[in-house]
Design a protein. Structure first.
Length: 217
């Protein structure tokens, strides 16, 4: 069946009736089509969000490791520049760290060179899944020695990397240290910041237990 409609300048056009409703239908999407699109987007989001979250966690703890490594290097430079002992003070319970220098004038003691720096929300000082140290570093897995207060009393839940006035890594007794290490862990694995006796600074990473799983970054 055909109907007549006015075209341009009054011209009569004969159109099939089936065309008229089709013109209306082509102007948008049906509810079923919209529901299908929403379902597809939801499925993609459900797959993508965990992957994105894992990438963000990995970037955060990697940044923590790089920041901690830079802090060790900065502590060494501070000791040499101020010609006094300097140490990187880690609060293992609060997951914070700061640089301290030994006050040589006035009342002797450790003073803060900067404010506390925090690890990211899902990172913490510790070994995670790691059970052995990176190859050719430590004899056994362990954090740097505990810090001492001004009276040489050990401070619990701390770790310190210490440098003398020449920027050499030393023990609390003033002897040259062999290897000092700091470890932090998070969802994407464990990082080890290793300071060798020669002053070489290395960053290692592992996602599982075992010596062969450590990779130098």
């Amino acid at each position: 069946m055909r109907v007549s409609v006015h075209g341009v300048r009054g011209t009569l056009l004969a159109l099939p009736l089936a065309v008229i409703p089709r013109l209306r239908q082509d102007s948008g999407f049906s509810a079923v089509e919209l529901l299908i699109v929403v379902a597809i987007v939801g499925s993609m989001a459900a797959i993508g969000l965990p992957l994105s979250s894992g990438m963000i966690d990995d970037m955060k703890i990697k940044g923590d490791a790089q920041g901690l490594s830079a802090a060790v290097a900065q502590t060494k430079l501070t000791a040499a520049a101020k010609f006094t002992r300097a140490r990187l003070f880690l609060n293992l319970a609060a997951n914070t760290y700061r640089i301290q220098t030994w006050n040589r004038t006035g009342t002797p003691g450790w003073v803060n060179a900067n404010e506390d720096l925090y690890l990211s929300d899902r990172a913490q000082f510790g070994f995670g899944l790691a059970t052995v140290p990176p190859p050719n570093t430590q004899v056994s897995l362990g954090q740097a020695p505990a810090c001492l207060d001004d009276l040489n009393v050990e401070i619990s839940s701390t770790a310190c990397v210490l440098f003398n006035s020449r920027g050499v890594s030393v023990t609390a007794a003033g002897l040259v240290a062999t290897t000092q290490a700091l470890y932090l862990a998070g969802p994407s694995g464990t990082y080890g910041i290793i300071l060798g006796a020669t002053g070489q600074l290395q960053v290692w990473h592992t996602t599982q237990a075992g010596l062969s799983s450590w990779k130098q970054r």
